[in-house]
Design a protein around this ligand. Sequence first.
Ligand code: NAD
Length: 294
Amino acid sequence: MTTIAFIGLGNMGNPMAANLVKAGHQVHGFDLMPENLTVAREHGVTVMANALAAVKDADVVITMLPAGKHVLSVYEDIAPKAKKGALFIDSSTIDVESARKAHAISAKHGLLSIDAPVSGGTGGAAAGTLTFMAGGSGDAFAAAEPTLKPMAGRIVHCGGDGAGQAAKICNNMILGISMIGVAEAFVLAEKLGLSHQALFDVASTSSGQCWSLTTYCPVPGPVPTSPANRDYNPGFAAALMLKDLRLSQEAAQSAGAVTPLGAEAAQLYALFNAQGHGGTDFSGIINFLRGNPA
Ligand code: NAD
C-alpha cells in the first residue's frame, strides 16, 4: 500500500482516485470544489483540508488540474513540504514549457517527477484503461509505473522531461485535423448524393481509414457508439479539443515547426466554441461545416 496525495478531483481526477483506492492504496485527496470532495469521499478517498495536508505523508503526489498555471502554483506550494524523495506525477494536459518548469521545481526539492498526461477521457478514467504518456528520467518512470497501473490500459515512456506532454498535443493535433477531414468528406458525400453508410463502408476499409471515422464517426448510424448517435453529447468536448489544439500551436510556434493544418483546425474549433458549442462533442464540428451548428 502506498500513500498517494491526489490534487484535482474533477471529471477525470475523481474516477482515477477511485481506482487507486480500489487497488488498495491510501489516497489523500484535495480539490477546491466541495461537491467534488463529496464524490471523492464516497469513493473512499480521505479528504484533506488543503493541498499541503494531502501531501504531508504522501510517497506519491498526483495532480489532475486544468492548466499549466494551476500546476505550477500548486507545485510551488507543495514541493517544499513534500516527503523527501517523494514522486510527483502530473497527469493534467498542460504546455510543454510549464511541464518542464514543474520538473525543475521538483528537482530543486529533491523529488522524482514525471509528466504523464492521459488519453481515454472520463470513460477510460472510470474503467481504469487510460493511456499514460510519460516524460521524465528512467528512474522516475520506473518508480511511477506501479502507481499508474490501476488507472491504465497502456503506459508509454516517451522520453525526458516534457515528452509526455509533447506526445499528447501531437496526438491530439492529429485527432483534431483528422476529425475535420472525416467530417468534410461526409458533408461532400451528402452534396454528391452518396449515403453515409456507403462512404463509411468504403473509407473504413480503404486508405481514408482512421480513428475519427471508425470509432468516432461524426454522423449517426455507421458506428452506433459514436457521440453523433446521442446528439453529440461528449465524449470529448469541443472546448477540450480547442485547448489541446491551442497548446499544439503554442508549442509549434516556440519550436519553429510548420503546422498549417493544425493552425486551421485550431481556428475552426475556436469558431465552433465561440458559437456556444464548447460542451458539444468535438465530432459535432460536422454541423458547423454544414453551416448548421449543432
Ligand atoms: P475538471 O475541471 O473537471 O477538474 C479539474 C479540477 O481541478 C477541478 O475540480 C478544480 O476544482 C480543481 N482545481 C483547480 N485548481 C485547484 C487547486 N489549486 N487545488 C486543488 N484543486 C484545484 O477537469 P477534468 O476534465 O478533470 O480535466 C483535468 C485535466 O485532464 C485537464 O488538464 C484536461 O485537459 C485533462 N484531460 C481531460 C480529459 C477529459 O475528457 N475530461 C481527457 C484527457 C485529459
